[in-house]
Design a protein around this ligand. Structure first.
Ligand code: FES
Length: 126
């Protein structure tokens, strides 16, 4: 079902903006590399289910969001996992420790919603 989130101008460039859709938290990302489009991801890391937008250290840069808890990295448009649990709170851990940090969970993608800009409005399908 289509849901309008606001106008394109409501979403600052390179700043993931939290929104709530049907009670679930998502992030709207409008990249300066492609300012006329947005990508929408669930604000919930597939590793341990923690927030991507709140935590000790993380961030967004050039189409990639880094989980603030164990540093997993994801493409915000495809959801693809680019790196899985390489550390803790922004600090890179030794390679041998990654499996411990992963706590038995295998790499998984972010949940992404189909999003488009229609007549200046950001619309997602859920
Ligand atoms: S909760 Fe995101 S990498 Fe662990």
């Amino acid at each position: 079902m289509p849901t309008t989130l606001g106008t394109l101008a409501d979403f600052a460039l390179d700043t993931p903006t939290p929104v709530t859709i049907d009670g679930d938290k998502f992030l709207v990302i409008r990249s300066s590399q492609n300012p006329d489009e947005v990508c929408v991801v669930r604000d919930r890391c597939p590793h341990a289910g923690l927030s991507l937008s709140r935590g000790p250290r993380g961030g967004y840069e050039n189409g990639v969001i880094t989980c603030p808890w164990h540093n997993s990295r994801f493409d915000v448009c495809s959801g693809e996992n680019l790196d899985w649990t390489p550390g803790v709170a922004g600090v890179t851990a030794p390679r041998w420790s990654r499996r411990l940090i992963a706590m038995g969970k295998s790499p998984a993608p972010l949940t992404v919603l189909a999003a488009e800009v229609r007549d200046g409005q950001v619309v997602v399908d859920r």
